[in-house]
Design a protein around this ligand. Structure first.
Ligand code: ATP
Ligand code: MG
Length: 388
């Protein structure tokens, strides 16, 4: 039986004049991603995307690919049939036979996209429902709480039958809101933060600070693995690895211990801004959550954010760890994140970090360092890896 995925666009439907640009981007993203899965014919009419799935394709893989594309609100896997009542009824009986076998009650819901079709949607539902009730006498019609809803959509060229839509990834098409640099550590929070902003239409460029030999090659591999997991949602991603050892050593040798982390984080933000701008990024993303650690108090974030002109997005800011973990599991980064490799933040951690830093003290601490030269040196040593 010929099958097709009907994909309904989410918020982009609301976008007035920009709608065409958004739809084109979504269509482009979907085609690029599907190319690796199956040779589907993909087109869009009246804000519905049709993915024609070839007979020999791995249909679950096609579904799974569609589930990971931002900008799609719902996905219906449907059988295609002629626009006649007989064809609709025969197709529904054959395509949904298993579901009828498992259900005790059903109803039909119809949509008529083609207003020239000679019956109203209510008439279609009544007629198809009556015939199906005859064919499946053990399944009674129930208009209120049916086990099974048979969806019939009569559109321009064909009619479609399916058991109802499932939720898509939601959000906006990747790239529709520009590009941002994601400060990606090996932890739980930053991949979640990246995913949340990618969902809002940002293309991600990973930025990772690497302090060899204090942090190992395996810790770096772990970060690439996290980025790879994100590409299931983003399609592709570049990660910039910034050499950070010299900066950390300079801080250790020249600054008061209680300020180590904050001075270090200010370096991260400065460098991230520099390399992100080179890559056409309009913002930065971190996995910070208010009060989670000493460097994530409000005064600490004021001090670290102060070195940046680009907007810094912290989508986890108001979330509890449990809520972040729930998303990490859903997007399949959690198991990788909890692998026990050290991060550069855990090297030279002060015993008593300052949680209420004052800017003059920070500036005084930094006056013992050649900030510009250290930044330049780190930027010059950046290594870029393209994933997958
Ligand atoms: P995460 O789970 O993301 O590691 P965390 O609770 O461990 O978060 P911190 O280590 O304080 O928090 O880091 C806060 C944020 O700073 C991270 O979410 C990430 O965006 C960024 N960050 C920390 N370490 C690195 C690193 N080595 N490379 C890139 N970004 C980093
Ligand atoms: Mg971390």
């Amino acid at each position: 039986m010929k099958e097709v995925l009907l994909l309904k666009c989410g918020e982009i439907v609301l976008k007035g004049l920009n709608r065409k640009t958004f739809e084109d981007r979504l269509l482009g993203n979907l085609k690029r991603r599907m190319k690796h899965v199956a040779d589907c014919n993909i087109s869009m009419r009246q804000s519905v995307i049709y993915v024609e799935v070839p007979e020999e394709a791995d249909k679950e893989a096609v579904m799974d690919c569609a589930r990971h594309v931002f900008g799609i609100a719902t996905i219906s896997r449907a059988a295609v049939c002629e626009k006649t009542l007989e064809s609709i009824i025969d197709t529904a009986a054959a395509y949904l036979g298993n579901r009828f076998a498992a259900a005790r009650s059903f109803k039909v819901e119809s949509k008529r996209g083609d207003k020239k079709f000679p019956m109203t949607s209510t008439e279609i539902s009544q007629h198809v429902g009556g015939e199906l009730a005859d064919r499946f006498p053990n399944v009674r019609p129930d208009m209120h709480t049916p086990d099974l809803i048979v969806h019939v959509e009569v559109r321009e060229t064909y009619a479609f039958v399916h058991p109802g839509p499932e939720a898509g990834a939601g959000g906006m098409p990747i790239g529709s809101n520009g590009r941002a640099g994601l400060l990606l550590s090996g932890g739980i929070d930053s991949p979640v933060a990246g995913w949340m902003m990618a969902k809002r239409g940002l293309e991600l460029v990973g930025i990772h600070f690497f302090s060899y030999p204090y942090t190992s090659e395996r810790a770096k591999e772990k970060v690439f693995e996290l980025a790879r997991k994100l590409t299931a949602w983003c399609g592709r991603m570049s990660v910039m690895v910034v050499p950070f050892t010299q900066i950390q050593e300079a801080i250790r040798d020249n600054c008061h211990e209680e300020l180590f982390t904050l001075v270090m984080r200010r370096f991260m933000m400065r460098i991230a801004e520099r390399v992100a701008a080179d890559y056409g990024c309009g913002g930065l993303i971190t996995g910070e959550s208010l009060g989670q650690v000493a460097s994530q108090t409000m005064p600490a974030m004021a001090v670290t954010g102060a070195v940046c002109e680009l907007p810094v997005f912290r989508p986890c800011i108001g979330m509890d760890k449990e809520e972040i973990v729930t998303i990490a599991r859903k997007i399949d980064t959690f198991e990788t994140s909890i692998l026990p490799y050290e991060d550069c933040c855990t090297v030279f951690t002060p015993k008593h970090p300052n949680t209420k830093p004052k800017m003059p003290k920070i500036l005084e601490a930094e006056s013992h360092l050649d900030v510009d030269a250290l930044v330049e040196q780190a930027v010059a040593g950046v290594e870029i890896v393209h994933l997958p």
